[in-house]
Design a protein around this ligand. Structure first.
Ligand code: SAH
Ligand code: SF4
Ligand code: F3S
Length: 469
């Protein structure tokens, strides 16, 4: 690696003139990819690449991809088709364009991507972004580069330096990756193969970064991990910490008014984490806790290692600790072997839990996962019908939850200007967008508002005056 660096920094293209090179990053998939895209931009900024929102202006186009379902992965290839056109047009006017594929498709498909889409110059997996500057330099020298080593410890070692470099847009909310990878091996899922096994970042790094974020004006931090509640580390007193203990520590940081975390697994919800929900006012009362199915038969086939009843008991314990908590979940319909009865069990668990929000998907067989080889794959029209019914039920619950807030007073974190002049948009504790008059407060303020109306995608509110906030 080192001699690559020395060789490449002497490349003449550095002296190309005044115009800085530009990078366009397109992000697919989960919040972890959003976070990683920001760190990639940070790594490249140090090399003189400025971010641009216009793909036509980009000297480097990076697609940060998702492999979770077939549709997500295929989207990348149609985008690469469009980029081939763009690259040709730019080349006609003498401008070079480098094209990179990052993220989970890069990890899963590696150099296969170069064969299928020759327009691609570099392929880089999610564990090696700290090497991006060198990889880009190699690609600029004309080499096709594929970098998909599992180097997660290495990445975590480099993250603090990247985070310090971060050119933050003055947002008041931020993501912080605390854990990456998954050892659960649900039989439908590619993540253990694309992100590797679970690795946690150390407490001291996370506290330092959270403090830096707070000093930069961030009011709300969302801790990220593929299995965020599998995070573990050594506390300053030498004891073993889980996510609960970490949240108690982060809650002490002045200025951080709101904490969230995602995505959690039912099997890793321990007592300390539930206690954090009970005792920490800054831990927001919203929990994304996917169950995937309500049928014990299907849960077993999915290798989830819990039953529907286990999940319901867990939700009861969490609600006992934090009665106003809003639940969110993920569901898969049409897993191989799913009968009408199994599906009705899923509908039942949704009715029993009552979700404020849920994400639902048709099962998509993924190469290399055990589920893809199972007999009794469910027909597409059956999946469609089940998905529609499930989504209608969830939409009903979501609407009812929003309507139940009308007339009540809530705390609102003001995040950005609204679409119409005079408006601002914030988030409720339950993650709903809330519109308020700009007189209510500045971006970053937490203000008391009364919900006046529930629209299809957001709530409307008016400031509550006279309480001295
Ligand atoms: N780590 C998280 C989820 C990661 S993937 C967890 O364990 O819950 C996000 C969601 O995508 C999953 O919760 C699941 O509902 C869905 N998903 C994953 N693989 C899928 C597949 N092969 N087909 C359809 N949906 C899938
Ligand atoms: Fe995928 Fe299961 Fe791991 Fe979640 S817990 S990332 S669904 S294997
Ligand atoms: Fe997709 Fe990878 Fe995230 S497969 S959901 S981008 S971990």
């Amino acid at each position: 690696m080192n001699d690559t660096i020395t060789r490449e920094t002497n490349l003449p293209s550095e002296a190309h003139g005044a115009a800085p090179r530009k990078v366009f990053v397109k992000t697919y998939g989960c919040q972890m990819n959003v976070y990683d895209s920001q760190r990639m931009a940070d790594a490249l900024a140090a090399e003189g690449y400025q971010p641009t929102a216009e793909i036509e202006d980009a000297d480097l186009v990076l697609l940060n991809t998702c492999h979770i379902r077939e549709k997500a992965a295929e989207k990348v290839y149609s985008e690469l088709g469009r980029i081939r056109q763009l690259k040709a047009e730019r080349a006609a006017s003498g401008r070079e364009t480098l094209v990179g594929v990052a993220g989970c498709v890069a990890q899963a498909e590696g150099d296969e991507i170069l064969r299928r889409a020759p327009v691609v110059d570099l392929v880089i997996g999610p564990q090696t972004y700290h090497r991006l500057p060198q990889v880009v330099q190699k690609a600029r020298a004309g080499e096709k580069v594929v970098e998909t080593e599992y180097a997660i410890e290495d990445k975590f070692e480099h993250l603090p330096a990247l985070e310090r470099k971060a050119v933050r847009s003055r947002g008041v909310t931020a993501f912080l990756t605390v854990q990456e990878g998954c050892d659960k091996f649900c039989t439908f899922c590619v993540v253990p193969y694309t992100r590797g096994s679970e690795v946690s970042r150390p407490v001291s790094q996370l506290v330092a970064e959270a403090e830096r974020l707070a000093e930069a004006g961030v009011r709300e931090v969302t801790l990220l991990g593929q299995n965020v509640n599998a995070w573990h580390g050594e506390g300053p007193d030498g004891t073993e910490w889980g996510l609960g203990q970490l949240l108690f520590r982060l809650a002490e940081i002045p200025g951080l008014a709101r904490l969230r975390y995602t995505t959690s697994h039912p099997r890793d919800m321990d007592d300390a984490l539930i206690a954090a929900h009970r005792d920490l006012p800054s831990l927001m009362p919203y929990l994304h806790l996917p169950v995937q199915s309500g049928s014990d038969r299907i849960l077993k086939a999915m290798n989830r290692k819990h039953t529907g009843a286990d999940y319901l008991r867990l939700v009861d314990r969490i609600r006992a600790a934090r009665p106003d908590i809003a639940m969110s979940g993920d569901f898969i319909v049409g897993f191989p072997g799913e009968t009408d009865e199994d599906f009705e069990d899923t509908m039942r668990i949704i009715r029993d839990v009552t979700y404020a929000q849920a994400f639902s998907f048709k099962y998509s067989p993924r190469p290399g996962t055990p589920g893809a080889d199972l007999p009794l794959q469910v027909a597409e029209d059956v999946k469609n019908e089940r998905l529609q019914r499930l989504q209608a039920l969830v939409a009903e619950q979501q609407t009812a939850f929003a309507a139940s807030l009308v007339g009540s007073e809530i705390d609102l974190l003001i995040e950005k200007p609204g679409r119409n002049p005079g408006q601002r948009v914030g988030r409720s504790p339950w993650l709903q967008p809330v519109i308020v008059d700009e007189m209510a407060g500045e971006i970053g303020d937490i203000v008391r508002v009364r919900i006046t109306k529930a629209g299809p995608n957001s709530l409307f509110s008016e400031p509550v005056t006279g309480d001295g906030r």
